[in-house]
Design a protein around this ligand. Structure first.
Ligand SMILES: Nc1nc2c(ncn2[C@H]2C[C@H](O)[C@@H](COP(=O)(O)OP(=O)(O)OP(=O)(O)O)O2)c(=O)[nH]1
Length: 205
């Protein structure tokens, strides 16, 4: 019996260049259009990492929601930072910083904060929240850190690590939603869509 094809009841736009976020949405049965916001993240600052992630998510979603090509769509913006010692750590600037980050975080725990913002351009309503996941780092040796940094991966990801990539052997465990670490929390997205009176199952493609 061929599976029944369903049409999503609303157009979904992901305001992010992140392949990880797009993959999370697709794996959950959604088929967002991608419109990268291009927002300059250096223009915003907040003392609290969670507040910074939220403000950046709202800024990215806001830029895209204002575009004609997003008219009528539900727009999702996200931003992830690793909180360690009260600091918000995004993507490392270079290999030296990625190495220093790993030597500081190995054997310790940090909190991956991802801000989420959903804007319904049909009504102008906006909802946002930050999800947090504790990440317990293993103790990679200096040689393992050097090899990981040399792979280039840490330079492209917030916190200089991936849960589902090359550094997965160096993550001892997490407390909280794993998708949130990768870049988007699906249970939080479901809750935010619910606040906009949208059921996530209505968005299945
Ligand atoms: N696959 C994977 N990616 C991760 C992980 N942790 C962080 N990332 C990626 C997801 C995002 O692409 C990036 C977080 O940086 P941002 O929140 O600034 O997003 P990005 O600059 O990639 O795109 P955007 O600003 O949303 O257009 O790091 C992980 O554990 N696994």
């Amino acid at each position: 019996m061929t599976p029944m094809t369903v049409e999503p009841q609303r157009t979904l736009v992901l305001a992010s260049a992140s392949p990880a976020r797009l993959n999370l949405l697709r794996q959950a049965g959604l088929a967002p259009h991608v419109i990268v916001s291009g927002f300059d993240e250096d223009t915003l600052d907040h003392d609290e990492p969670a507040a910074l992630a939220l403000a950046l998510a709202e800024a990215k979603a806001g830029v895209v929601a204002g575009l004609a090509e997003a008219a009528g769509a539900l727009v999702i913006g996200c931003d992830s930072v690793l909180e360690l010692d009260g600091e918000a750590l995004g993507k490392p600037a270079d290999a030296a910083e990625a190495t220093a980050r790993w030597k500081a975080m190995r054997g310790r725990a940090g909190v991956l904060r991802t801000g989420h913002c959903v804007i319904d351009t049909a009504t102008g309503r906006q909802v946002s929240a930050t999800a947090s996941t504790t990440v317990r780092f293993g103790e990679p040796s200096d040689a393992e850190v050097a090899a990981y940094v040399a792979s280039g991966e840490p330079l492209h990801v917030a916190g200089a690590f991936t849960l589902d990539g090359l550094s997965s052997p160096f993550i001892d465990g997490i407390d909280g939603d794993h998708g949130n670490v990768i870049g988007l929390s699906m249970p939080l997205l479901r809750s935010l869509l619910g606040e906009l009176d949208v059921s996530i199952t209505d968005l299945w493609a």
